[in-house]
Design a protein around this ligand. Structure first.
Ligand SMILES: Cc1cc2nc3c(=O)[nH]c(=O)nc-3n(C[C@H](O)[C@H](O)[C@H](O)COP(=O)(O)O)c2cc1C
Length: 177
């Protein structure tokens, strides 16, 4: 038996993972937001597409500075990840309030997030779809990873407060990179 699924629920089937943090800096004022709507677009140089709502402070800062850091949190950060996604850098110093540690990046002014197991320094590659879809195409210019993190548990968003924690890594021969 199948039943009709409201179109408003479709995103929950295709939600890309993992949930990430987007760190920005405007005149040395650091901010960070939670993001789950993103997609890989090219292997190398890595291109990453992401939808960032025009209501978010991050949208303004990213457009203005043209750079950000994408941090990948592990499952143990899930409470912080949700808090970060439920307040705004317009009126809150999220690094301080939520207890995150900014570290200097090498190619952008936005900070790395120390608590994340990986961080990707990005610059806007193409903003042509921002006006119509809030869709930013970012180019990764430098990436960092915690060498101790082996198959870390990462967070996937299922919408409406539902999350999946990935905890099993499998390797299957494939032609994809
Ligand atoms: C799990 C989760 C995923 C989210 N994904 C996105 C997203 O992909 N794009 C977006 O614009 N906002 C997303 N948000 C909402 C922003 O994180 C939220 O609006 C945040 O408060 C914006 O902060 P800012 O105003 O400091 O930029 C998400 C929130 C949560 C909790």
């Amino acid at each position: 038996m199948i039943k009709s699924l409201p179109l408003s629920e479709v995103y929950r089937l295709l939600e890309p993972g993992p949930v990430v943090l987007v760190a920005t800096a405007d005149k040395n004022k650091n901010n960070v937001m939670t993001m789950s709507w993103h997609t890989m677009m090219e292997f190398e140089p890595p291109l990453i597409g992401c939808v960032i709502s025009g209501r978010n402070h991050t949208f303004d800062t990213l457009l203005k500075t043209k750079e950000c850091v994408i941090g990948i949190p592990t499952a143990k950060m899930i409470d912080k990840v949700v808090k970060i996604g439920n307040c705004s850098g317009r009126d809150t110093d999220k690094f301080k309030k939520i207890g995150l540690t900014p570290l200097p990046a090498s190619r952008v002014k936005a900070p790395l997030v120390k608590e994340c197991y990986a961080n990707i320094e990005c610059k806007i590659s193409d903003a042509n779809l921002v006006g119509k879809y809030n869709f930013f195409i970012l180019k990764a210019v430098k990436a960092w990873i915690d060498p101790k993190a082996k198959n870390p548990k990462i967070i996937h968003h299922g919408g409406k407060g539902n999350f999946t924690i990935s905890d099993k890594a499998v390797k299957i021969a494939s032609k994809m990179k």
